[in-house]
Design a binder for this molecule. Structure first.
Ligand code: C2E
Ligand code: MG
Ligand code: MG
Length: 562
């Protein structure tokens, strides 16, 4: 399979088992001993043609000096090297190539493999090969990855039995690590993860850095899906142990989206898009998991895009409504306020849940005008009730803020405008922020929250317990109230662990001078348990579902138990 340039080379015997690939062997003097046929074919050499003498002769003239210098650094202690350099073809065009060179001290020879190859650089010297390498991790970048997928697709046209898989891999909650430990640590983590991924696959597979905390893996010549899942499993196993970064122990999980060749559409970016989509799904399941792409998922994505288009018209079309869910004081079971929850009355699809449209609004930025509208609407209604039911103690209204809204420069002004327009006292407005939104913005968010609080508005930490909860930072956040997520309430009457969690949080919150709301209270037994723990407020179907404004009015008039 391989052809030795010198008939008698002693090195020849080491290679007969290697798969067909791009492989070169050269000595310490850089003289070429062996070039694989695959290489010769790619470079355009005829079999009988005179071949270059030295490894450097294969390279673009401008790259030779730098490469020679790098190669001179190889030694028994430092036996591997990875660099990019252009390779010259017989026809004068160039290929940008990432080389892996390993030095065999015993045989005083260098083995250079270049399986991550083949970026066609027409117009010699026009591009630098470094544009295909990620500077931080040394991995191929997105362009090279796409290029390699394209090559694989071409190979598959000739060999129908060639199966491959593309994996899109993302570090779960990377932003949190990056913000809490700093960017340097984030970089170290990315490098470590790159190493784990690289080690988990064969040298002929490609691992690339696609963007930020996202990596791509191309597995070629796989038997079936099972073989791909074994690779995923191997990577997950390696990540069970924490990384030790500069004395910090960091635990991470990664999520994978997987496309296997059977389902693959025929363009590289389509494959990557589907793999990415699957990864987003895997993350939505809580991370540390994988999702195999399937056609249904693709169809759902198309539907989602259609929904996004409709969403753009929904606000102008007056299709949003604010619903209100009562919040009750557990001590005397009196109505003390409402949480405003957005509803979308779609002209064709009917009432759509915020669980469906809020994430789309968030991604597209539409959450900003929508959130502004919700704020106004909630303040207006609350003020209206205050004026119309003066005998009722003032009712507060809670409005949810998303991460994107928190980061928006006009947020504080928007809130002030809603209060001014409606005449609602600031003390009656509460803003709910989830833990993850809080962590995403870190320092900047805290500054915004402090300004809101200085206006007299109260702040709630929503869905507490589901995010990257760290009780240790709780006392530092400008938060008045913890809102314990309904997943802990659902089973607390029969699950001692959940009950214990709630109890601990309530205890801690009180010690820190915060009060507590529990959401998702559906049963009287849950409300009784919470009351006994000293929880101040309760919200859930037990008291009422979220209802339209006119029904909320009825609840104020008749009281909840009517
Ligand atoms: P959230 O802020 O945690 O709101 C509470 C959710 O729990 C509401 O879902 C409510 O209907 C539901 N819920 C209340 N009591 C119970 C119960 O006893 N059992 C069960 N199973 N569920 C209960 P909803 O209205 O579907 O809203 C879902 C999420 O959408 C909200 O979670 C909030 O994160 C988001 N959201 C809703 N409106 C807005 C908005 O105007 N802006 C933003 N940024 N997010 C919103
Ligand atoms: Mg909420
Ligand atoms: Mg919540």
């Amino acid at each position: 399979m391989y052809r030795a340039r010198q008939e008698t080379t002693p090195l020849e015997s080491f290679f007969f088992k290697l798969p067909e690939t791009f492989l070169l062997v050269f000595g310490e003097d850089l003289r070429l001993h062996l070039i694989s046929d695959a290489w010769l074919e790619t470079l355009g050499y005829e079999r009988q043609e005179a071949l270059p003498e030295s490894f450097l002769d294969l390279l673009h003239a401008d790259d030779r000096a730098a490469v020679a210098e790098k190669l001179a650094g190889l030694s028994a202690e430092n036996p591997t090297l990875r660099f990019s350099a252009r390779c010259r073809r017989v026809d004068g065009s160039c290929l940008g190539i990432i080389w892996n060179v390993s030095f065999d001290a015993a045989r005083r020879a260098c083995y250079a493999s270049a399986h991550e190859t083949a970026v066609d650089l027409r117009g010699e010297g026009a591009h630098l090969p470094d544009m295909f390498v990620d500077g931080l991790t040394g991995l191929p970048n997105r362009s090279l990855f796409l290029d390699r997928i394209e090559h694989t697709l071409h190979r598959r046209e000739r060999r129908k039995d060639l199966n491959f898989a593309v994996l899109h891999c993302g570090i779960d909650r990377f932003k949190v690590v990056n913000h809490s430990l700093g960017h340097r640590m984030g970089d170290l983590l990315l490098m470590s993860v790159a190493g784990v991924l690289r080690d988990a696959v064969r040298p002929t597979d490609m691992v690339a850095r696609l963007a930020g905390d996202e990596f791509g893996i191309l597995l070629e010549d796989i038997r079936d899906v099972g073989a791909t899942l074994l690779v995923v499993d191997r990577i997950q196993q390696k990540l069970v142990m924490p990384f030790s970064l500069d004395g910090h122990e960091v635990f991470i999980t990664v999520s994978f989206g997987i496309v296997v060749s059977g389902d693959a559409p025929l363009a590289p970016d389509g494959i990557l898009r589907d793999a990415n989509l699957s990864m987003v799904q895997a993350k939505a399941h809580g991370g540390g998991n994988y999702v195999l792409f399937d056609k249904r998922m693709h169809d759902r994505a198309v539907q989602r895009m259609a929904l996004e288009i409709d969403l753009r018209h929904a606000l102008d079309g007056g299709q949003f409504e604010a619903y209100f869910q009562p919040i009750v004081a557990l001590a005397d079971r009196r109505l003390v306020g409402f949480e405003a929850l957005a509803r979308w009355r779609h002209p064709k699809k009917g009432l759509i849940s915020p669980i469906e449209f809020i994430p789309i609004a968030e991604e597209s930025g539409l959450i900003v005008p929508l959130g502004r509208w919700m704020l106004r609407e909630a303040c207006r209604r609350a003020r209206d009730w205050q004026l119309r039911f003066p005998e009722h103690p003032p009712l507060s209204v809670s409005v949810n803020l998303s991460a994107r809204q928190l980061a928006h420069p006009t947020l504080v002004d928007d809130v002030a405008a809603s209060l001014a327009e409606s005449g609602l006292p600031a003390a009656l407005l509460k803003l709910e922020i989830t833990e993850s939104a809080m962590m995403e913005g870190a320092g900047a968010v805290v500054a915004v929250l402090e300004r809101l609080r200085a206006m007299g508005i109260r702040l709630l930490l929503d869905d507490f317990g589901t995010g990257y909860s760290s009780l240790s930072y709780l006392h530092r956040l400008p938060i008045d109230t913890l809102k314990i997520d309904r997943s802990f309430i659902a089973d607390m009457h029969r699950n001692p662990t959940d009950r214990h969690f709630v109890e601990t949080i309530v205890h801690l919150a009180h010690k820190l001078g915060r009060d507590v709301v529990c959401e998702g209270v559906e049963l009287a037994v849950q409300a009784d348990l919470l009351a006994a723990m000293g929880v101040e407020y309760s919200q859930g179907f037990l008291h009422s579902r979220p209802v339209a404004a006119h029904e909320a009015e009825l609840l104020i008039i008749t009281g909840l138990n009517a």
